[in-house]
Design a protein around this ligand. Sequence first.
Ligand code: MG
Ligand code: ZN
Length: 214
Amino acid sequence: MEIRVVENLLKANEAVAAQTLERLAKHGVRAINMIGSAGSGKTALLEATLPRLRESLGVAVIEGDLQTTRDAERIDRIGVPVVQVTTGKSCHLPPQLVLRALDGLDLDAIDLLFIENVGNLICPSEIPVGEHHKVAVLSTPEGDDKVLKYPMLFHLADAVVINKIDLLPHVTCDVGRIRSDLEQVGSRAQIFEVSARTGEGLDGYIGWLLGLVG
Ligand code: MG
Ligand code: ZN
């Protein structure tokens, strides 16, 4: 019986995500679900890319976090519209809360909406929030074994951002292995090697993001 319950939950999530997609479509908004471990640099990546993206696009962020509003404050500081979703004990963003968060945004002013999921590689990959694209964020201090450990995320991701490449001389991480593991899990993702801190490699990622908005 337990299997039935889980199945129904997943279906309910998909139905809510579909409502979000419908609402976004009405306003011409494309949404990106950013998924990565805590500390991989999802917020730093937003801080490094949003000021450049907003030169030509309307951008906004929904920030998912267990407890604190610190990441939302960082986005607010750069002057980009942000809605905080505090998930409490939930280790992923529930699609119901994302749908509700849309009420806090002027959707007509947004072309590209970033949804920063809770730092976790497992359930955020399985539970859609109403996104058009998934971006997986990895960082070099995490090592090079994440792709095979969490194949679902990397199979589904449209882009993989390998962050903190400025730290490569100091950490044990073989980017070549990440790339070959991505091939092994059947990834069709665009791969970007970047440093949100130094700005290295961001041009390619920003170009890809701009290309998502027709
Ligand atoms: Mg963050
Ligand atoms: Zn979860």
